[in-house]
Design a protein around this ligand. Sequence first.
Ligand code: ATP
Ligand code: MG
Length: 249
Amino acid sequence: MQNFNNFLDKKMIEHLRKKGIHIDPNSVEQDRDKRMHDADLKATRAYMKNNRNIIFNNSLFGNGEDINKCFDDFNVTDDKQNSELEQVISITKRIENGEKHKFIFYGKPGTGKTMLAISLLNKLKDKYSCLFVDIARFIELTKNFNDERAKLQVNSLYKAMRNVDVLVIDDLGSESSMQRSASEASTYNQRILFNIAQSRDDKTTIITTNNTGAELKRIYNPKLVSKLMYTASNNVISFNSSDYRLLKN
Ligand SMILES: Nc1ncnc2c1ncn2[C@@H]1O[C@H](COP(=O)(O)OP(=O)(O)OP(=O)(O)O)[C@@H](O)[C@H]1O
Ligand SMILES: [Mg+2]
């Protein structure tokens, strides 16, 4: 192909020379190399963007979350909501600029933690690989031992949870309420979470939860909580606004 292109280039240069137009063959070659390089780069970028979209679209949601939510959908009716939105936007910009941390969205139900976490991913998903996982659904899925499709989904989610640039673990602590025995999460759940935490030291993880750190340390092994959540105070957002679910009714 390269030789054929060279042949065409030479024919064209000769043809133009006869018409009085003189072209340096070296510059033609450089131009062609650059065009090919640019085309390769464009194809690679498109391929990676497509891969990132596939990963994000395989996110695991709970009930009724909307994968397309974005910051513009978030209504601001008071100062608290405004501050919560601003803090999440600021964290999004920090991640966009290359910062990698653990971030905690903590607070009461219905205050928009999940919605804003999804909005953050939608803002970043073209640049970084992003995944949203409702942790209770994930743990539930891992228990479908006899379902081959569920097993495949668990394996691919588990791999993605360890590797993506930005992971949202939604509603941490909620899955413990599904245990038969009291409030402590099963060793099984904890081992899964520990393996995920272990792989994410140099990546960004956002955790949403209704539980305080002390509560989570009662639910999980404190070592796991520390591994998963220990972070600087400016990486924690407290959500105190009113329950939007109640406001809507
Ligand atoms: N400020 C807002 N503007 C528009 N919709 C909102 C706003 N806050 C919350 N909602 C909507 O209200 C519902 C509850 O919000 P969301 O699930 O994000 O709350 P949450 O803090 O994650 O609650 P939980 O702690 O129970 O998981 C969702 O349908 C969400 O889209
Ligand atoms: Mg939520």
